[in-house]
Write a protein that binds this ligand. Structure first.
Ligand code: SF4
Length: 80
């Protein structure tokens, strides 16, 4: 079992491409990305596992279901 999320290298949220406030990004990184107990619960992780990518509007603790997020990404033509 990995200690941190396998998507760290390419995840825009982890690489500070999404959130303007550094403090907010750091909270997510500590709560999810670097937490071996939690990163699999990250909605970005779960969506990426299903469709290979995740839209920037999705936060790790999104209240939307994975299916709802995928539907939104389709509506925005981010995925086929
Ligand atoms: S836990 Fe979520 S936000 Fe963090 S690197 Fe993985 S996919 Fe990205």
């Amino acid at each position: 079992m990995s200690n941190e999320c396998s998507k760290i290298a390419k995840c825009p949220l982890f690489n500070d491409k999404i959130l303007k406030r550094q403090e907010s990004a750091d909270v997510y990184k500590n709560l999810f990305c670097r937490n071996p107990e939690k990163y699999r619960e990250c909605k970005r992780y779960q969506v990426s596992e299903k469709v290979g990518t995740c839209a920037d509007f999705v936060m790790p603790n999104s209240s939307l279901t994975v299916e709802q997020i995928i539907q939104k990404m389709k509506e925005k033509a981010l995925i086929p």
